[in-house]
Each structure stands twice: as C-alpha cells, then as structure tokens.
Design a protein around this ligand. Sequence first.
Ligand SMILES: Cc1cc2nc3c(=O)[nH]c(=O)nc-3n(C[C@H](O)[C@H](O)[C@H](O)COP(=O)(O)O)c2cc1C
Length: 331
Amino acid sequence: MFKIGDVEINNRVVLAPMAGVCNVAFRLTVKEFGAGLVCAEMISDKALLFGNEKTKRMLYIDENEHPMSLQIFGGEKETLVEAAKYVDENTSADIIDINMGCPVSKIIRCEAGARWLLDPEKIYDMVNAVVQNVSKPVTVKMRIGWDSAHIYAVENARMAEKAGAAAITMHGRTREQMYEGQADWEIIRQVKAAVDIPVIGNGDVTSPELAQKMLDETGVDAVMIGREALGNPWMIYRTVHYLETGELIGEPDLKEKMDVLKLHMDRLIDLKGEKVALMEMRKHASWYMKNIKGNGRIRKGINQSETRSQLVEVLDEFVAEHQANNTELIV
Ligand SMILES: Cc1cc2nc3c(=O)[nH]c(=O)nc-3n(C[C@H](O)[C@H](O)[C@H](O)COP(=O)(O)O)c2cc1C
C-alpha cells in the first residue's frame, strides 16, 4: 500500500491513462481485476472550459472505481488552473493528474504535454499554480525528456515536487521515442532516488515478472501498466497476484476472455449508446483476440457487427467452434 496525498492506494499496480481507451467502461473492468489505481484518458483544459459536451461526459466517474485519477492537459496557466478547479469542485475524482508526456504534435503545438519537459521553470510555475487552487492531490505524468540530448527527468521531477505535486509518474521514454525503443528504467531509478514523494514507474511492464523487476531495480512505489492491459485486464490481476504471492496465474481461457469482452461492451453501450459502442469495440475486440488461434477468421464478423446481438453471435460461434475442436488458445 502507498499514499498519494491522503488517498490510500491498496496495491502497487496502476492502470495507465490511455486516450480513447480509459473511459469508465474500461476503468471499471480493470478495477474489478484488482488495479490499485485507475487513470482516466486525458482531457483538454480548453475543451472542458468551453463546455464541450463530449468532454464533459468524459468526467463521468462510477462510485465503484475509486480511487481514480483524472488527467488534464493544457499549455497555458490560466486555462489549466480553471480546468483543474472545475475538476476539483465538480467531480469525485480522487486525484488530479497533469499530462506532461503526450508526444503528439497537435498537443505539443499548444505548448502542452511533453513540451514542458524542456522547461523545468514552467513545470514549477504551472504545477504550483494548480496545487494552490485545488484541494485534491495533484500528480504529474512525465516522460524522461524531450530527446536523448535533453533528458531533464531528475530536475523536472524535483521541480514538480517543489511545486507541491503529491506523486510523479515517470514513463522511461523521451518524446522523440514516442512509443518506440526501450523504456530507460535506470533514469526512473534516479528519479525515485531524487525525490521524497511517491514515484510510479512506467514503460515496458509487459508481464507480472517485469513488474517485480521494475520495483526491484528502480525502487519505485508502484508500476503503471498501459498497452499490455489493452484487451487484457487479466494482466492487472495476474500482476497484483504475482507481486503479492510470487505465484504466476495462467492466462484465461477463450470463454472467459469473451465473457469479459461482452461485459466491457455492455458497459460501453451504457456509456455511449449501441452504435458508437460497437464501433469502438472493434479495436478492443481485436486486442482481446490477440494471439488467439484462428482470430483472423472472425475479424470481418467483428468489424461488420453493428448491434450487440450481432457481435455476441460472432463471438459465441467462435467459442463453440474452439470448444468443439478443443483448439489451443494461443497462436
Ligand atoms: C492508445 C494510448 C493512449 C494513450 N493516452 C495517454 C493519455 O491520455 N495520457 C497519458 O498520460 N498517456 C497516454 N498514453 C501513454 C501511456 O499512459 C503510457 O505512458 C505508455 O503507453 C507507456 O506504458 P506501456 O509501456 O505500459 O504501454 C497512451 C498510450 C497509448 C498506447
């Protein structure tokens, strides 16, 4: 267990914020698989303040997902502070996280996301302004630097701490790396050693054993898991269990995978309506189906399903076929 401000996190496994993925439907599902903390997809400060309806819906939080963290991004102090105040006063989020890692050009052009990594003074100024204006704990999620020539991870983390951040998540890649190459855990170790607030390590935790390795090698308080959890909430459950007991639980069978996919879909339908949910489920379904033998056969069926019942039929047929042939699950 560790604490972020006064928020107790009861284990060391955190679901990463992922745009287009970490809405309440996915967060709740991952929470049920034991995540200590779940993080919501990033929200634009300006879109929130302009009253954009879609953005406001992104603020919806279920009572069963606490503790949860809501992430905002922006490039200007005034709007960032106003958006943080809005989240502070109008949502039940436990933690407000500031995005300092998004590498996408559209975000960088707005002086937001990873742009800050080049300017430790700005980090201090912006984080301090937010901290002074809200009552919830404020955390930051950053990358180690802009590129290999500009790695200010330790300095940036110290600035965030000095500004009053309650915790830091460090993704061990630069902005230039985007999602390529290996995450640098040595720099994460240096950051943990340099600050007194909790540090969550992130990048390339793709198995329960690697989660333990990151904890051992870097000393971080918790690990954050992103891509490996896509279509795979079992990754969270297996990691929590492994860290607590040293025992490695096997992968789920196909029926269990499809049952959770359906649960996820039903939550997404509740959130966004059947039409939008079914469109969005295409990418999730392809993640749930990853590494399953014969998955190519039903790709078309999945992508053409426009209603819940159509998708359920495709999935049930696939499960029945597998059971009849007693097929191995993994490719
Ligand atoms: C589809 C996708 C969306 C993401 N969206 C966000 C986001 O909204 N906010 C953020 O801070 N990071 C975002 N990230 C980065 C992840 O939170 C995480 O830092 C990164 O994937 C590295 O962790 P991993 O190696 O476990 O995937 C996103 C990553 C992916 C793959």
